[in-house]
Design a protein around this ligand. Sequence first.
Ligand code: HEM
Length: 128
Amino acid sequence: MVKLKIGNDNKINLYRKYGEYSTVCKIVTDFYEIMEKNPLTAPFFKNLDMERIFDHQIDFITQALGGPKKYFGKSMKNAHSNLDINDEVFYETLNILDIVLDKHHVEADDKEAIINIIKKLKDDIVGH
Ligand code: HEM
């Protein structure tokens, strides 16, 4: 299981705060809608079983926010190996996440906490 710094030890359970499964579902749906259209990120998702990734992403984000589900998917390094993701693509993805979290009224402090956690995964995601 992937260890996430945010999660059950987080003082405020962001999963509960923002509306649990239904909100996570909306966030992940909106996130991929943009990722699949953005010229920098779209090529990575061509010909992929998006349903499988979507389910894993729901589990991953749920866990990251301190929710009950556990992510049992691949490690971030394995999931992104051979994809050759560079810094530009990584930061564009963070921008997309930022926009989507804004859309769902995630407060600035909470947004920063979430993005900081994701930033810590950069070395596993970029350059492999
Ligand atoms: C920003 C932080 C990111 C997080 C937290 C994240 C998380 C995940 C997760 C949880 C999976 C599912 C792994 C599995 O199937 O078990 C996944 C797969 C994938 N991610 Fe990411 N990801 C990130 C960034 C990116 C970026 C920047 C790209 C490229 C634009 C990307 C492209 C992909 C692709 C193509 C897959 C599917 C790989 C496969 O075929 O199994 N990810 N990611």
